[in-house]
Design a protein around this ligand. Sequence first.
Ligand code: ZN
Length: 150
Amino acid sequence: MAQNELDELYGDDVIRDHHNNPRNSEKLQSPDIVADAVNPFCGDEIHFQMNLDDQNRVSEVGYKGVGCAICRAAGSMLSEAIKGHTLEEAEEVSGLFQDMMFGAEPTEDQAELLGDLTSMTGVRAFPIRIKCALLSLTALEDGISEYRQK
Ligand code: ZN
């Protein structure tokens, strides 16, 4: 992996901004959904909390990410992308995100749903970092399926 390429990636303004100023970083009291995922490889941890309103929409998100810049930024971006959406829509977003990380080019409509997550396309050049980008997605999906089993 060329160091200058990686520097370029970390230099991406959108990624750096989310890494430095994670969105939805306020901790929620008694959240409806709790979702956590860990990637022992680089010590990444993602913690999501979600509250649902009576329309089954994600009304509040509490997000905390520990670890590398890609993992932290992706979690912050995902927390923004799911807010205001139903769980089904959140799953759609996470599916689009996963497809994009494995090479799919999102359509204009899909890009709108993905929001800042589209800036993660640069990570595709670094296969080892794709896992970091997708850790938040693993957390989200696990959290949702656990909630449904309740
Ligand atoms: Zn990582």
